[in-house]
Structures are given as C-alpha cells and as structure tokens.
Write a protein that binds this ligand. Structure first.
Ligand SMILES: [Zn+2]
Length: 275
C-alpha cells in the first residue's frame, strides 16, 4: 500500500475527512457524472463540498445541486469575469438565494486582472456591491484574486472598517499582500492543486507563513488538478492529493491536517453535514 493509501485507511478508521472548499461540480464533465464524483469522494475521504456559482444563473445551478445532497453546500456570487453581465436588479434574486440554508457564503467574488475579461472599474463596482451584501447579511465571502492583490486589499480595507468581513481567500496564489491582509483580518487561506506544481515556488514559500488555524484545501474542479492528476479533469476527490502534499509540506500527518481543516471550517460556518 502506498503512503497515501495507508493514510486514507487511517482517516476512514477515525471517521475523519476533508472538505473541498471550492468546486464547480455542476460544470461539465462533472455535472453529468455526479454519482461517480461522489463515489470517488467517499473512496478518498472527501466528506463535504462547497459548490461555487459564478453568476446568477450559474449560482442557481450550484445551489440546486447542493440541495440534492446533504453534504454539498453552495456559495453564490458573480465572478469578476462575469461582472459585466451583472445587473443591479439581480441583487434581489441573489438575496433570495442567500436565504437558503444550503448557501454558506457569497462567492466567488473578487478581481481578475490576469484575464481582464471585464473592465477593471466594473469588476471593482460589482465586488463592492457583493461585499456590501455580505456585510448586510452577515455572510462569509469567497474571494477570487488574480494579479489584482493591491486593488483587492484596497477595497477590502475600505469596506471592512468595522472588521465584520469574514471568509476565504480561494486558490491562494502566494501573493504576500493579500496574505498579510488575510492573516490580519481573520480570513482563511485555501490551497488548490497548483500548490503541488513544480514551478509553484512562490505559493509554497508563502505557505510557510500560513498558520494551521487558517489552512483549507480545495480543488477548483473541474480545473487545476493536483499532481499526480495534473492535466486531467479535476474532481473533488482529488483534494486528497493536495491535502497529502500539504501535510507532508508542513510535516504533520494527514489525520492532523484533517482535524485542523475541519476545525477551521466549523469556526467559519458552524456545524455542517458530512457524506
Ligand atoms: Zn472557482
């Protein structure tokens, strides 16, 4: 048995598991193969999924999948790529979605200056609108950030004057500016498969400064499969590879990391269902 297989057996024995804190399982090819996706989660001790929406229609889809399975939850929001299509009248529909008990967070929201699919000003406006919503509804947020740390931190500081914002930096990219903000403001840092990539020296370097009480794992499936699945369609079950990589990186057991990440999740979201 490989080291990972042994660790998975131990997790099973102790009833421990990981949460994939960021996936898009309603995206194809995962959406048409949900039974298989969930069966694979069971095998790899992935006991919970937070399924993420990227615009209004997509958020409805993300939630409808979450409502079919007790251990799947949803986040609803507008991805910076989709910010140009956001209409202010949609806000009421989002508010309605957020009332659903399966919606844990508002996201993914943020800025993306790498692809720049939408003008920066529009991205910033929409980001602010959703931060406002998160503050007024007291909901955690899931932040997407790509080559936009300075503006993100500027806006977050502007909006977080009372320190009420809480949430997750998704797919942490190793940027020190956002890391410092996140640590100062009680945010969690979620690592995706790219932390396992050979060239991701910057992410691993910054990871050394992330305390355990802030660490989470995610897949961002169907994208960004971790080594040894790199290049394949990603799925929540593969979060175990990122978890194992991080456990080895930090010099802790997979059991310890499972306990730590679960504690971090319950601090942010309270008691949740498990597969
Ligand atoms: Zn995503």
């Amino acid at each position: 048995m490989s080291d990972l297989e042994t660790s998975i057996e131990q997790l099973k024995k102790e009833g421990l598991f990981f949460t994939d804190t960021h996936a898009h399982i309603h995206f194809e090819p995962l959406g048409s193969n949900l039974d298989k996706v969930i069966e694979n989660c069971k095998k790899n001790c992935i006991g919970r999924i937070i399924n993420i929406g990227i615009n209004l229609e997509d958020s409805k889809k993300a939630l409808s999948v979450a409502k079919q399975y007790p251990f799947i939850y949803a986040a609803v929001g507008v991805h910076p790529h989709d910010s140009e299509n956001f209409k202010i009248k949609d806000l009421g529909y989002f508010e309605e979605l957020i009332q659903d008990e399966k919606v844990l967070a508002i996201g993914e929201i943020g800025l993306d200056y790498y692809r720049n699919y939408a003008p920066a000003d529009i991205q910033k406006d929409v980001f602010r609108i959703f931060l406002d919503l998160a503050l007024s509804l007291d909901k955690p947020i899931v932040i997407h950030n790509r080559e936009s740390s300075e503006d993100i931190v500027k806006i977050l500081n502007e909006m977080n004057s009372n320190g009420k914002l809480k949430g997750i930096i998704h797919c942490f990219n190793g940027d020190r500016t956002i890391l410092k903000w996140a640590l100062d403001n009680g945010f969690l840092i979620s690592f995706a498969g790219n932390v396992t990539y050979k060239k991701a020296v910057e992410i691993r370097d910054a990871a050394k400064d992330v305390p355990f009480d802030r660490v989470l794992v995610e897949t961002d499936s169907p994208y960004l499969a971790p080594v040894p699945k790199r290049g394949k369609t990603n799925e929540p079950a593969y979060a175990i590879y990122t978890a194992k990589f991080l456990a080895d990186f930090y010099g802790v057991t997979l059991i310890d990391l499972a306990k730590i990440t679960e504690e971090n999740i319950s601090k942010l979201f309270g008691k949740l269902n498990v597969l």
